[in-house]
Write a protein that binds this ligand. Structure first.
Ligand code: ZN
Ligand code: ZN
Ligand code: ZN
Length: 493
């Protein structure tokens, strides 16, 4: 979600952030509802109310621990300093305008600078020689505001451009241009140090790849995504998938992971893996499950966790059930909706409620169930169904415990003349019973679990689980949140 909206590299973006940061610091503004974004947008020409509101949210959720807070590129141009500031949370569709403005003789020669500054990362002269074939050496000034540190890093241009694609936009292969470019990065020094080791992995100086850890992967993910280090981003995402419980236990800020990265991470999780994440403070689990809910409603996604999609979800205005189109004629409605189709089969026809709004429904579930995890499981149980081997009903998983029965069999009086009556009574509930009831509607005064006959998925434990078996196992594991309490069907008509 970040990245859209105000172009952050522009002066407008910087001004906007300044104003918004002032507003964030004001408790008066925080408690103001609704906030007048129109008026705020008016203060900053070129922005819209929506952009301001969105950026405000981003800044709020970004918090402190963002690794790469700003990436500044300073172009020195005959005494005139133009500085463009880019926040790390945004896509870097950065303006290229300054590259051509800044031509003339400006920056100091790299050689002398290297000698003067003792903060060189490259100590091995041999290594530098090896890399000298890879274009001129670039100096990157890293300012770490949080720790009040400054450090210079060096890297051959070709390697830098190849590994950190972000710089490819700036460091043209035109030899004259790079000489004028002075790169400043506002970033955690330790993180940038890690990134440089990654860039130079396999060299004599750094023969091994630096290690991702639970306490650095989020910072590295965000920085590498910003710097467009694609293979490293992928490594971080895989690491997140494998080690999420450990990661959320560290004091990292998961709020700075943008929506695009969040989608990529959550795509690796099965719903069971997501459920197994231990996340006491709920730093990530809810985000994971909201993505899974999105996936249920995405017609373009093949979802191994859910045989059915929620895209056609509707509410029946008669029985108030939530169903998908596929279940429309299979799951029973109120008895009054029972019809016989052309083949003589009994079918039900639910009537979709035209006022049903799926977003309202999801919010309603959220209010009722409290967590996105529980909302996910309830929705999953609503759209998937089984057929009961005992009563023959097709039932959504949410109604797993709704197989109705009478604990005692009906008693039919013997009429005078030895003929047994067609109408009997269930002793358990005194309900009348018709011996040959074609509707099968008046079933049971008690409920128990439906019986699901699963196709035998081969012998031995090594046989892979059938999708139905997985769905059934998942249902049994979480029936407390998936299933809804039984309510007797009663026709209002
Ligand atoms: Zn219905
Ligand atoms: Zn009964
Ligand atoms: Zn049943």
């Amino acid at each position: 979600m970040s990245g859209v909206g105000v172009e952050p590299s522009s002066r407008i973006g910087v001004t906007l952030d300044l104003i918004l940061k002032t507003l964030i610091a004001s408790s008066e503004f925080a408690s103001l509802e609704p906030k007048n974004w129109e008026a705020i947008a008016h203060l900053i020409p070129g922005t819209s109310a929506v952009q301001c509101a969105r950026r405000y949210e981003e800044l709020l959720s970004g918090g402190g621990g963002v690794a790469l807070q700003h990436l500044t590129r300073t172009m020195t141009n005959a005494g005139l300093n133009t500085s463009t500031s880019v926040t790390s949370l945004c896509e870097s569709e950065t303006s290229r305008r300054s590259a051509s403005n800044s031509r003339p003789n400006s920056s100091k020669s790299k050689g002398t600078k290297d000698d003067k500054e003792k903060s060189n990362t490259i100590k091995d002269g041999q290594f530098r020689k090896d890399l000298s074939q890879k274009g001129p050496i670039m100096v990157i000034h890293v300012c770490d505001e949080a720790k009040n540190l400054k450090k210079d890093f060096q890297c051959p241009r070709d390697l830098l451009v190849q590994e950190m694609k972000y710089f490819a936009e700036y460091l043209s292969t035109d030899a004259q241009r790079w000489e004028e470019v002075d790169i400043s990065v506002h970033c955690d020094v330790q993180i940038f140090d890690w990134l440089m080791k990654y860039v130079k992995r396999g060299s004599k100086e750094f023969p091994n790849e630096p290690k991702l850890e639970a306490n650095n992967v989020v910072s590295i993910l965000i920085s590498s995504d910003f710097l467009k280090m694609d293979s490293l981003v992928l490594e971080c995402i895989k690491f997140c998938h494998k080690n999420m419980s450990d990661i959320v236990a560290t004091p990292c800020n998961m709020g700075c992971i943008n929506d695009r990265l969040l989608t990529r991470i959550s795509d690796l999780f099965t719903h069971n893996e997501a459920d197994d994440v231990r996340d006491r403070k709920d730093k990530f689990k809810s985000k994971l499950f909201s993505k899974m809910i999105e996936k249920l409603f995405d017609p373009d996604v093949v979802n191994a966790d859910s045989p059915e999609q929620a895209t056609t979800l509707f509410r029946c205005s008669i029985c108030k059930r939530h169903l998908i189109n596929k279940m429309k004629t299979l799951v029973k409605c109120m008895p009054s909706r029972l019809t016989i189709d052309r083949t003589g089969q009994m079918t039900f026809s639910h009537i979709p409620d035209p006022t049903f709004d799926v977003n309202d429904y999801i919010l309603e579930l959220k209010g009722q169930l409290k967590t996105w995890r529980d909302v996910y499981w309830r929705l999953w149980g609503t759209v998937n169904c089984f057929t009961c081997a005992r009563c023959g009903d097709v039932f959504p998983l949410t109604e797993f415990g709704h197989c109705s029965y009478h604990p005692e069999t009906a008693r039919y009086e013997t009429e005078p003349g030895g003929v047994t009556s067609c109408v009997g009574v269930y002793p358990c509930c005194h309900q009348k019973s018709v011996r040959f009831d074609p509707t099968f509607i008046n079933k049971g005064c008690r409920v128990k679990d439906h019986i699901v006959n699963l196709p035998s998925g081969g012998d031995g434990e090594k046989a892979t689980k059938s999708p139905m078996q997985s769905v059934f196992d998942d249902l049994l594991l979480r029936r407390d949140v998936i299933c809804v309490p039984y309510q007797r069907l009663c026709d209002f008509r």
